[in-house]
Design a protein around this ligand. Structure first.
Ligand code: MSP
Length: 642
């Protein structure tokens, strides 16, 4: 039977430090998966929250001279407040200090204890106080704790243990007979290979003499439960186990999102705990890799812990979400540097997507004053086949959380649309009055293509999706997104509506420490009569470094506070550039629309009067006037000038 409900979770994060980019990634990934499933008509529930008990929290609170609860309240708030800033739409935020959660943990412990799977025993082992856990000899590096670099101490302690070993064969069988239980494959193999060794029983308690900041065992008041028996249970306590409707509806249709650091508790302890408690096992675990920062592990001592709020403030929320989902191959590690995010934003978002939207809507404005000319009647001009391919590839990838592939297939469609413009040359069709209906059809198909793209980017970039849909004059559905089965049929944009001029969706990001080259030479005072100064000779190689391209001016407007600067949008074929040009004294903005010019396309970006300029257009000077260079024939923009 087709599923109707799906429950998504993130790990509940420790409150021993504030949220960083890694936490943001898991929460955004789970948000993207949830949004996608909502598009697929499923009733979803999305849970995240904080893990607040344990020694680490006590120590962190002591450092701040405060109580564990007050400390946990403060940090938990930071995790909670981060969610709307990242446009994450969670349904619930759980804290392990919530009374309801504590009651459920105790109920589960009682159940498993009563069935005989929890026993009391004394244990001698090597213990790292920093990690608050016992180690196996084989886990040590040179006899030391791999995290703290100190020799663990031998301690003897009586504790409660959970009989995991009893369920080892059952678990191996469960994993093998449910191929989607742990995804991607490499993590399933990791767990199966771990399960080749005999499983040790899990120590689940700490004596209160050593740790009080935890949940008291219902069958022994002198002990608290330790870490995983508290934390993992959040996934069902949040739903109101055992009898609330939410629990009945969403459990066990659950996919947990975690990184590779906690696959053992999620892939081994948790299913066995559920089995021992007589509960159905969750559907599956989605495991991702780690974000490194400039090639190094994120760590306080290196000082490279990256704050997601700062990144979104600098680059924008949709840009950050896109970058995270596109750059990381789900399952593998990825690297965060400012260069990589800037290059993703400038090339994928500003150049590919942003320019496509701006090109299509600008042309519709130029040729039809913004009016949508109508339905695609000419099959040969349709982009529908490419759109269908993109939708199918997107679904296939999103179903298995390969978000980067889902985006890549959408970008393949974006490239196909850019090629379609070059093939059909709307600017040539515009010259021929008899081709007006073909021009309308070509533009309509492009707008339909944009509509499809706007739907496919929704899970990752909800805000941009909405902006494009509004720009296309679409009525937004009540919940703010189109469902998968509403994307087709082709031809939903209303005919005859008038669309506004496009706004820039993604401003290009300037590379830091850049000298505004365009203004550098502007102030040279010249003797009269003017004689062009003879410049230093250059080689052919020097000259060939300059990338000159033909461009068509799509729009022009005056820059306030300047009597000569104009802001031009110039179509360069595969992309549209904003160029600030000092020709305002010689040309009226309206006279420039549609003009072909020569653009220096590889000039470093510069800021001029607060505006970004992404190139320079060539003009001759004559009697103090500027005369734009041009050609005696019109043709498509973007050609090299030799
Ligand atoms: N409290 C436990 C989880 C209990 S779940 C029942 C815990 N908390 S944690 O704060 O350490 O969070 C670990 C999780 O944070 C990882 O599994 C991952 O989701 C996220 N990440 C932490 N660092 C990360 C990276 N460097 N990169 C990607 N994700 C990372 O473990």
């Amino acid at each position: 039977m087709e599923k109707q409900h799906q429950f998504f979770t993130t790990p509940i994060y420790y409150v021993n430090a504030k949220p960083h980019l890694g936490h943001a990634y898991t929460s955004i990934a789970a948000d993207v998966a949830t949004r996608y499933k909502r598009m697929d008509n499923l009733d979803t529930y999305f849970l995240t929250g904080t893990d607040e008990h344990g020694d680490k929290i006590v120590q962190a609170a002591e450092k701040e001279n405060t109580s564990p609860k007050a400390y946990a309240d403060r940090i938990s708030r930071l995790f909670k407040d981060l969610l709307p800033l990242l446009h994450i739409e969670n349904d619930q935020f759980i804290r392990t200090t919530d009374t309801d959660h504590i009651k459920v943990v105790q109920a589960i412990l009682t159940k498993i204890h009563d069935s005989g799977d929890i026993y009391f025993s004394s244990y001698e082992g090597i213990y790292c106080f920093g990690c608050e856990r016992f180690y196996q000899e084989r886990e040590l590096v040179d006899g030391k704790c791999p995290d703290h670099g100190v020799e663990p101490q031998v301690i003897k302690e009586s504790n409660y243990f959970f009989k995991m070993s009893k369920y080892q064969d059952w678990l191996i069988d469960h994993i093998k007979s449910n191929p989607d239980f742990i995804r991607p494959e490499q993590y399933k193999n990791e767990i199966l290979s771990f399960l080749k060794e005999p499983l040790e029983d899990l120590c689940i308690s700490r004596p209160k003499s050593r740790l009080t900041w935890g949940i008291t065992l219902p069958f022994d008041q002198d002990y608290v439960t330790y870490v995983w028996f508290d934390a993992l249970v959040n996934y069902i306590s949040a739903l109101g186990y055992p009898d609330k409707n939410k629990f009945k509806k969403f459990w066990p249709s659950t996919r947990h999102f975690v990184a590779k650091d906690i696959i053992k508790p999620h892939g081994i302890y948790w299913p066995i705990m559920l089995k021992a408690a007589g509960l159905p096992i969750y559907d599956g675990l989605n495991v991702h890799g780690f974000w490194n920062i400039k090639g190094s592990k994120m760590s306080k001592s290196i000082g490279n812990v990256t704050d997601p709020i700062e990144v979104t403030q600098e680059f924008g929320v949709d840009q950050f979400r896109y970058f995270l989902m596109r750059e990381m191959v789900f399952g593998l590690d990825a690297n965060f540097t400012e260069d990589v995010i800037v290059s993703r934003i400038n090339s994928d978002l500003a150049n590919d997507l942003g320019n496509l939207v701006s090109r299509v809507l600008s042309m519709n404005h130029r040729y039809f004053n913004g009016k949508v000319m109508g339905a695609a009647t000419l099959v040969e001009y349709s982009l529908e086949t490419d759109a269908v391919k993109a939708i199918d590839a997107f679904k296939g990838a999103m179903e298995i959380c390969q978000f980067h592939k889902g985006l890549a297939s959408t970008w393949t469609f974006i490239s196909a649309m850019n090629k379609y413009i070059d093939t059909h040359e709307p600017w040539s069709l515009a010259k021929d009055e008899s081709k007006e209906s073909t021009l309308g059809t070509v533009l309509y198909n492009l707008m339909e293509g944009l509509r499809v793209v706007s739907c496919l980017i929704y899970p990752v970039m909800p805000e941009t999706s909405r902006k494009i849909q509004l720009a296309l004059g679409l009525d937004l559905p009540a919940r703010g997104f189109f469902k998968l089965d509403q994307i087709l049929p082709w031809g939903q944009i209303k005919k005859d509506v008038c669309l506004d001029k496009p706004e820039i969706l993604f401003p290009r990001i300037e590379i830091k420490n850049q000298v505004p080259t365009q203004t550098k030479n502007a102030a040279i005072k010249r003797e009269k009569p003017f004689k062009p100064p003879l410049k230093e000779e250059i080689t052919f190689d020097d000259f060939s470094k300059i990338d000159l391209r033909t461009g068509t001016i799509l729009s022009a407007e005056k820059i306030e506070k300047s009597n000569k600067l104009l802001k031009l949008m110039v179509d360069l074929g595969p992309e549209t550039r904003q160029v600030i040009a000092g020709i305002g004294k010689n040309y009226a903005p309206d006279d420039l629309i549609g003009k072909q010019v020569i653009v220096v396309a590889n000039l470093k970006e510069a800021r001029i009067m607060g505006e970004t300029s992404q190139g320079m257009i060539l003009a001759a000077t004559h009697k103090k006037k500027l005369i734009l260079s041009g050609f005696d024939k019109e043709f498509s923009p973007g050609n090299p000038v030799k």
